[in-house]
Design a protein around this ligand. Structure first.
Ligand SMILES: Cc1cc2nc3c(=O)[nH]c(=O)nc-3n(C[C@H](O)[C@H](O)[C@H](O)COP(=O)(O)OP(=O)(O)OC[C@H]3O[C@@H](n4cnc5c(N)ncnc54)[C@H](O)[C@@H]3O)c2cc1C
Length: 405
């Protein structure tokens, strides 16, 4: 056990490990990456691994484009493996109002330099025969999108951080961030205290629990997300474009000769991590197959294969949602040296390389290389969140992740 570090990152998921890696790259900085479970073992390795470039804002498109380049260069950058496939994707509208939104998405994407085009339902079907044209009223091809192996990102960044000198402390529970005179002074852990003037709360589903233990309120909600990997299917090539069906909020991509697919359900299941006890592990999260069954039924005309394919793997995790759909990144007001890397809105793994680099710059240089004000926790300072309201707005953001009207 170490007694001090220049920066402590709590949580070794994608967001924390990437932050620790980019901090460790800064000369002379000692970094500790702490996790109460095994390194990179919680929500991050259970993700789907989709990179979605056509987003609702210019900022998100810019960040995801940058992250996409970093995923491509991951092996050269970190020395760690990362398998990815540049498959592109198809965004599908089944209602006229969503088709109009796709038009706007396409315009924004083109302006931002993405390889996007509107295509007919039959063209979409030719690009991916698993997608049937029945009931499709609008389709956009996004050439920039790719998918990657979610199990390799967080562990890769953590190992690369260690190779740059970071200390990895698995099985070490951070019980509180010590704050004195408005400044962070370190952390209290299950194995003793560590002094530091900088602490990053990248505790994923536990983000709120950790910051609230030190009196800092952060409005995010731990939210279940589940997916299925099917047994191999005839014709399921790895380079077939991924599919996203807007109003049903269903996504599917190739995986190990079959399909990996999931849904942003209408009534998401939220968790209060405090009530689950100190030993709770994401692998013990209750899964609910019925949610996936009814989603498969909802898209039976477009993706009939989801109804018949045999299930090889059923898994889920607990990402965090915010009321406006943006991450929570950067300094916490009122506690100098306290930073957040959280509020991933079910899209934090793909963007983690860019977020990690930006946060390291924010901590070391005093400002990030992007204007990340829309992600700062400061944006909530004039609002006192009632829990029901927070959950209601987060549920809306969750279900409307693909921008359906
Ligand atoms: C089914 C599913 C599909 C998804 N699909 C995608 C996708 O296609 N693309 C995408 O980009 N994202 C996707 N996501 C979201 C993605 O998984 C998350 O955005 C990302 O993994 C969040 O990483 P994290 O670092 O915040 O959390 P985690 O990976 O959960 O890491 C947090 C870590 O903090 C540790 N911790 C917590 N409290 C403490 C404490 N007090 N002391 C020490 N350690 C602590 C935990 O043990 C944990 O290891 C998906 C998620 C799921 C579940």
């Amino acid at each position: 056990m170490i007694s001090k570090a220049d920066a402590i990152v709590v949580g070794s998921g994608g967001l924390g490990s990437a932050s620790a890696y980019y901090l460790s790259k800064r000369k002379g900085l000692s970094v500790a990456l702490i996790d109460k479970h095994e390194i990179a073992s919680q929500t991050s390795p259970r993700a789907a691994g989709l990179v979605s470039c056509a987003r609702k804002s210019d900022l998100m498109i810019g960040l995801v484009k940058d992250a996409s380049r970093k995923i491509e260069a991951f092996r050269e950058e970190t020395g760690q493996p990362l398998d990815w496939v540049h498959s592109g994707s198809l965004k599908i509208a089944r209602r006229p109002q969503d088709a109009e939104l796709i038009d706007a998405d396409c315009e924004r994407g083109r302006r931002m330099g993405l390889d996007v085009e509107l295509i007919s339902p039959d063209q979409a079907n030719r690009l991916n025969p698993f997608l049937k044209p029945t009931g499709v009223v609008g389709a956009m091809r996004i050439g920039d999108d790719r998918y990657f192996d979610p199990a390799q990102v967080a562990v890769g960044f953590a190992r690369a951080a260690a190779a740059k000198g970071a200390t990895l402390l698995p099985k070490t529970d951070v019980q509180a961030v010590n704050i004195s005179g408005g400044r962070v002074t370190g952390v209290k852990t299950s194995n003793g205290e560590i002094q530091s003037a900088v602490v990053v709360d990248a505790a994923g589903a536990w983000t709120r629990q950790l910051s609230e233990a030190s009196g800092i309120r952060v409005p995010l909600v731990p939210t279940r997300q589940q997916l299925i990997v099917t047994e191999p299917l005839d014709g399921a090539r790895a380079d077939l474009p991924m599919v996203r069906i807007m109003d049903a909020a269903v996504y599917a991509r190739p995986c190990q000769g079959g399909r990996l697919w999931g849904v942003y359900e209408e009534e998401p299941r939220f968790f209060d991590l405090q009530s689950l006890g100190a030993r709770f592990d994401i692998k013990d999260m209750p899964l609910e197959m019925e949610v996936l069954r009814s989603a498969a039924f909802e898209v039976r005309d477009q993706l009939p294969v989801l109804q018949t394919a045999r299930v090889r793997e059923f898994r889920g995790g607990i990402p965090t949602m915010t009321a406006d759909g943006h991450h929570i990144l950067g300094p916490a007001p009122g506690a100098k040296g306290f930073y957040f890397a959280s509020g991933c809105n079910v899209a934090g793994l793909s963007i983690s390389p860019t977020v990690g680099e930006a946060l390291a710059a924010w901590i070391v240089d005093g400002k990030p290389p992007w204007d990340l004000a829309p992600m700062s926790v400061e944006r909530f300072k004039d609002k006192s969140w009632d829990e029901d309201e927070l959950r209601r707005e987060s549920a809306w953001q969750y279900r409307h992740f693909y921008g359906a009207a």
